[in-house]
Design a binder for this molecule. Structure first.
Ligand code: GYE
Length: 326
C-alpha cells in the first residue's frame, strides 16, 4: 500500500513536470521575423493591383517576413507619409510602388540617411540624385506597348486595312506604365503610314474613367474609330459597354487592345469582345521577398528584375488560356 502511494506520487510528479514542459513550449514567444518589410501600395484601383497585394501578402507569409502594409488610396502624399512611418519604425527594408515618377527626392533621402534600403516594386521613380533606391522589380512596360502595337500591325495586315484610326485611353499621367506603354506602342507603329492617332485621353487606370473617356471619344469620332488601345483591363472593361450602347460591336467593328490579363478581361477576350490582351503579371511577391532578404544580409542585388510576359489574342485558341489567378 505504501509502495502504491509512492508510485502514484512519482507518476503525478512526472505528469506535472511533463505538463509544465509542454505548456512552456506552447507559450514560447513566436520566433523573431527574419525581416521587417514596410510596403506602400498605390491603392486598389484594379484587379491587377488587388492581385499584386495578395501576392505580396502571401509571399511575406511564405518567407516568414513580417509585413507592414499601407494602402495609399491613389495619393502620393499618403505614400510619402507611409514611408516616413516605416523610417520612424526602423524597418529593415522599405518597398513601394510609386504612383507617379516625380516627387520622391526628399523622402528617399531621409530613408538613405536612416540607412534603410529601398526597393521599387512595379513602377519607377525619377530622382535628381542617383542611388536613392536599390532596385526595381517590375514589368517591362515599354515592351508591353511594343507587343500591343505588333499585334495591331498583324491584325491590320490580316484585315487588309489601309487606314487605321486609333484612340488611346492612357493610365495615370506621369506613371511609369503610362509613359512606357505609350512610348513602346507609338515607337512601333510610327513607321506604318496606315496608323493615325485620333486622340490620347487620360483614364487614370480606373474603370469609371474608362467609360467616361470612351463616351467622349465616341461623341467626337463615332464610327471613325477603328482601334481602342487601353492601358489596362479596368479601363477597357469600362469602355466596352459604352461602345455597345453607341451601337457598335467591340472586337468586330472596333479592334480592342488591353493590357494586364486579369481573368475578367481574358473571359471577355474568349467571348470575342476584346481582340488582344498583353500580359502584365502582378506576381512580384517572391522576387520582392528574396531581394529584401538579400539586402538585409548585405548582399548585392540585381538593379532591374523584369518578369517574363506574353500576349493573349484572337490569333490563338483562347480556350487554352489557363486560369489567371487575378
Ligand atoms: O497595369 C494597372 C494598375 O502599374 C502595372 O497599375 C501597374 C498598372 C496596371 O492599376 O491595372
Amino acid at each position: 500500500m505504501k509502495n502504491m502511494k509512492k508510485i502514484v506520487c512519482i507518476l503525478s510528479t512526472l505528469m506535472l513536470v511533463l505538463c509544465t514542459v509542454g505548456c512552456s513550449v506552447n507559450e514560447e514567444q513566436p520566433a523573431e521575423p527574419r525581416l521587417l518589410l514596410g510596403f506602400s501600395q498605390v491603392g486598389s484601383e484594379s484587379a491587377w493591383r488587388i492581385g499584386n497585394t495578395k501576392d505580396i501578402e502571401q509571399a511575406a507569409e511564405d518567407y516568414g517576413v513580417s509585413l507592414m502594409f499601407e494602402n495609399a488610396n491613389q495619393k502620393q502624399e499618403n505614400q510619402i507619409d507611409a514611408i516616413r512611418r516605416f523610417i520612424a519604425y526602423k524597418v529593415d527594408v522599405i518597398a513601394f510602388s510609386p504612383i507617379v515618377e516625380e516627387g520622391w527626392d526628399n523622402v528617399l533621402n531621409e530613408a538613405k540617411e536612416a540607412g534603410i534600403p529601398v526597393i521599387l516594386v512595379d513602377r519607377d521613380v525619377s530622382t535628381d540624385a542617383e542611388g536613392l533606391t536599390r532596385c526595381l522589380i517590375g514589368a517591362d512596360f515599354y515592351k508591353e506597348g511594343v507587343m500591343a502595337a505588333e499585334y495591331l500591325i498583324r491584325k491590320a495586315d490580316s484585315l487588309g486595312l489601309d487606314k487605321v484610326n486609333i484612340v488611346e485611353i492612357t493610365g495615370t499621367e506621369n506613371s511609369t506604365p503610362m509613359r512606357q506603354r505609350q512610348a513602346g506602342f507609338f515607337d512601333t507603329i510610327k513607321g506604318d503610314d496606315r496608323m493615325v492617332l485620333l486622340e490620347s485621353i487620360d483614364g487614370d487606370f480606373l474603370k469609371s474613367r474608362g467609360a467616361e473617356c470612351m463616351r467622349s471619344l465616341l461623341g467626337k469620332y463615332g464610327d471613325g474609330i477603328d482601334v481602342v488601345f487601353s492601358h489596362n483591363d479596368e479601363m477597357t472593361l469600362g469602355a466596352l459597354p459604352e461602345i455597345e450602347k453607341a451601337g457598335y460591336v467591340p472586337g468586330t467593328d472596333m479592334i480592342i487592345i488591353s493590357i494586364d490579363g486579369g481573368q475578367e478581361a481574358i473571359d471577355v477576350l474568349k467571348e470575342g469582345r476584346i481582340n488582344c490582351v498583353v500580359e502584365c503579371t502582378p506576381k512580384l511577391g517572391k522576387e520582392l521577398m528574396e531581394t529584401a532578404l538579400k539586402l538585409k544580409a548585405g548582399e548585392e542585388v540585381e538593379p532591374l528584375i523584369h518578369p517574363v510576359e506574353e500576349v493573349f489574342s484572337d490569333e490563338q485558341d483562347t480556350s487554352l488560356i489557363a486560369p489567371r489567378g487575378y
